[in-house]
Design a protein around this ligand. Structure first.
Ligand code: IVH
Length: 712
């Protein structure tokens, strides 16, 4: 995303002292066109290449307008490299989008030994048949343990052994094409060594900057008066997202290979074999990675890597465990965004002490008042922290946190920093307990705290600017509509001036409404309108996420999109589900990963008229694409059908059966209805079998099911 040109204007002086165009001599005009071409090119590079403009949009437009005026008076002086020739073809606005053939998943996190034990218990519960159970027993299960590198993941595609494409993770489904930049990283082979690689293979891993290189880069930037990077990960990300790959080439970037995406043919049976292959093909793999057996060995590995952590040449934030056997892994599959076969075991949080200067109240998009600690800035684990969440009123009272206190704060991974405790010995003499406000600081409406709730809530609803603005910010955010250039500040400004109230208004913005506003010129306004237009078509899961329904984030939105397939079907079902006796309500509760509480919030969203208006208005502006299922076997007899399981199966747990049926393109229902196509009946089947017989639903035995599951 390019920031607005907001810094002090160097170009302004020029306008004030410049000779009027009509008085310019031909010689002077020629000289000025030359310097304007160079100057505008310089600003274009800062703006598009470095995300770091040094003049405002308005001042940039002054330069372009003057260039145009001089050219109009002296047409024969128009230069080959004239900026006016580049107007239509605006400079590159970023990287091309790349859809990952296989999604780039993230990992579930474990923070304690118990979390790790629970995870492997759930792996064991997934399997049922004795031969499978034996492979995942505590003493026998093979698990690869690897350091979790603190960088950014990248997928590098090789076709016939040659590097063809490199993409960032993005939202996991769509990333950005950074091929030219990745080619400059020495650890990444341009051609694979050896012979035994598949024709198409996407090698995935982590791009990172080593600590030494990071410190040297920052020292250099400081010397040049450029802003320094907060940590090696930001430095790696900033370096990879350069539009000019010769800049990336100068940055100390490295790559560890640890996973893969699309493969035209299987190339390994286990993780450790895959890693060995990567090394043979010329990749760097992490030398600490180790094949372990059982949880105790994994925990010992975690401790030992933790002890080495400070001395490693690169940052790590935990350890990743991966079930080694790829057959088991494939059967485990994944739930929404994370695999069932891998887990990130994070290191404990890092702590530091600082002064809490003030407690402010933030208003969320649903009116929740969240207290925030404004801190004397301090570095915790390499990141400067100046704010921490205080959660709610009870939390403040329980810890007796007061303004002016010295507090212990901690940071774990990307989690928002927390205030752990107060150092009472250092409390100022006349300090007073904090009194939680009973009015919304944004709209002065009454705040209420309902019985059984921890949070105070603003009752201002849509008249509360904070709520409206927060919802709009969420709407345009990266995992929702992802409107490039629509920063938080712009939303606040547009909202305040009445340009946008509801989400659909964003799509009704025009250049005329924006140009001339502070900080906006012709170029930046056009860029924003283009960015908005580029998002008039959106995938169903992003659309659902954008709505900001309570409890429905990225992962749940994906579950809903996958289950209902289209906006029309989802909306109809959610309206019908208002009746708790309806089949639609049962179906929603049966979606794997959706509980009753969440279902209530989703149905509640549709029950509100203003939310339905938001949907109707958006329908006039955007096209919501039906959910595209990831590659599934469409030749399976259950593809597109609804299947229900009842009774216990001998060969597969209920979870595995469900996962397998979904991988074969089926919907898995929880109860038998006229919409059910198949009922699989295991041992001790109860009333469902009877109901299926009544409705004429096709009944399958476990043997029939296993044939389908094996693709026979
Ligand atoms: S495996 C499906 N292995 O952690 C599993 N990830 O929280 C794909 N990461 O996006 C990831 N070191 O950027 C894996 N040895 C490692 C890793 C690793 C770092 C990052 C990666 C991923 C994130 C997930």
């Amino acid at each position: 995303m390019s920031p607005a040109r907001a810094k002090p204007a160097k170009g302004q002086k020029k306008e004030a002292t410049a000779t009027p165009v009509e008085e310019l001599t031909e010689v002077a005009a020629k000289a000025e066109l030359k310097s304007l071409a160079a100057e505008i090119a310089h600003h274009d590079k800062l703006y598009h290449g470095d995300d770091n403009p040094e003049i405002s949009d308005a001042d940039y437009d002054v330069l372009r307008t003057r260039n145009k005026a001089i050219e109009a008076r002296f047409p024969k002086l128009v230069r080959a490299d004239s900026p006016s020739k580049r107007v239509g073809a605006a400079p590159s606005t970023g990287f091309a989008k790349v859809r990952h053939p296989h999604p780039m998943l993230s990992l579930d996190n474990a923070f304690s030994e118990q979390d790790v034990r629970d995870f492997f218990q759930s792996v064991r519960n997934f399997f049922r048949a004795p031969q499978d159970v034996a492979r995942v027993e505590e003493a026998t299960i093979e698990v690869m343990a690897e350091p979790k590198i603190d960088g950014l993941s990248c997928s590098i595609r090789y076709e016939k052994g040659m590097l063809a494409l490199a993409a960032t993770r993005g939202d996991g489904v769509t990333g950005e094409d950074v091929t030219a930049n990745v080619r400059t990283i020495a650890d990444v082979p341009k051609a694979l060594k050896g012979k035994n690689w598949p024709d198409v293979i996407e090698v995935r891993g982590e791009i990172y900057m080593d600590r030494k290189g990071f410190l040297a880069l920052n020292a250099e930037r400081e010397k040049e008066g450029e802003p320094v990077f907060a940590n090696p990960r930001n430095a790696a990300a900033g370096s990879l997202r350069q539009l000019d790959s010769s800049i990336t080439a100068t940055r100390p970037l490295h790559f560890f290979a640890y996973a893969w995406g699309e493969q035209s043919a299987p190339f390994a049976k286990s993780h450790d074999e895959a890693i060995k292959r990567f090394a043979a093909w010329g990749f760097t793999v992490n030398p600490l990675s180790k094949l372990c057996h059982g949880v105790d060995e994994l925990l010992a590995f975690h401790r030992s890597v933790g002890e080495k952590r400070a001395g490693l040449p690169y940052d790590i934030d935990g350890v990743v465990y991966k079930v080694n056997d790829l057959d088991l892994e494939e059967r485990l599959g994944f739930v929404s965004r994370a695999p069932r076969w891998a887990l990130a075991h994070k290191f404990p949080a890092q702590q530091a002490q600082t002064i809490l200067k003030k407690i402010t109240i933030q208003v969320g998009r649903r009116g929740t008042l969240t207290p925030v600690a404004e801190l004397e800035p301090i570095t915790v684990g390499g990141v400067v922290v100046s704010r921490a969440t205080l959660h709610n009123e009870d939390e403040i009272n329980r810890k007796d946190i007061r303004e002016g206190d010295t507090v212990v704060i901690q940071r774990a991974g990307d989690v928002i920093p927390q205030v752990v405790s107060v150092v009472e010995a250092l409390r100022p003499k006349h300090s007073k307990p904090f009194v939680f406000p009973h009015v919304c600081p944004e709209c002065q409406s009454k705040a209420v705290r309902e019985e059984g709730e921890a949070a105070w809530r603003c009752t201002g609803g849509l008249i509360c600017p904070a709520q409206a603005v927060e919802r709009l910010k969420h709407f345009v955010s990266r995992l929702a509509f992802d409107i490039e250039g629509m920063g938080e500040k712009h939303i606040v400004d547009f909202w305040t001036d009445g340009l946008i109230h509801a989400p659909a208004d964003i799509f009704r913005l025009t250049g005329e409404k924006i140009i001339g506003r502070e900080g906006w010129g012709e170029l930046s306004a056009r860029k924003l309108i283009d960015a908005i237009d580029a998002r008039r078509t959106i995938s169903l899961d992003r659309f659902i996420n954008a709505l900001g329904i309570p409890q429905v984030g990225e992962a749940t939105a994906k579950l809903l999109a996958r289950h209902y397939g289209s906006l029309a079907r989802w909306r109809k079902a959610m309206t019908e589900a208002a009746d708790p006796e309806s089949e639609a309500w049962r179906e929603l509760n049966d979606v794997n990963g959706i509980g009753e509480d969440m279902a209530t919030d989703i149905v509640g969203f549709f029950a509100e008229k203003h939310n339905r208006t938001v949907l109707d208005e958006l329908a006039k502006e955007v096209t919501v694409e039906d959910y595209v299922a990831p590659a599934v076997a469409t030749d399976s007899p259950i593809a597109g059908k609804t299947i229900v399981f009842t009774g216990s199966l001998a060969e597969m747990s209920r979870n595995e059966a469900k996962a397998r049926a979904e991988a074969l393109g089926a919907h898995v229902g929880g109860s038998v209805s006229s919409k059910t196509d198949f009922l699989v009946v295991g041992a001790d089947a109860g009333s469902k079998a009877k109901k299926a017989a009544e409705l004429g639903v096709k009944v399958l035995t476990e043997d029939d099911w296993m044939k389908i599951a094996r693709g026979a």
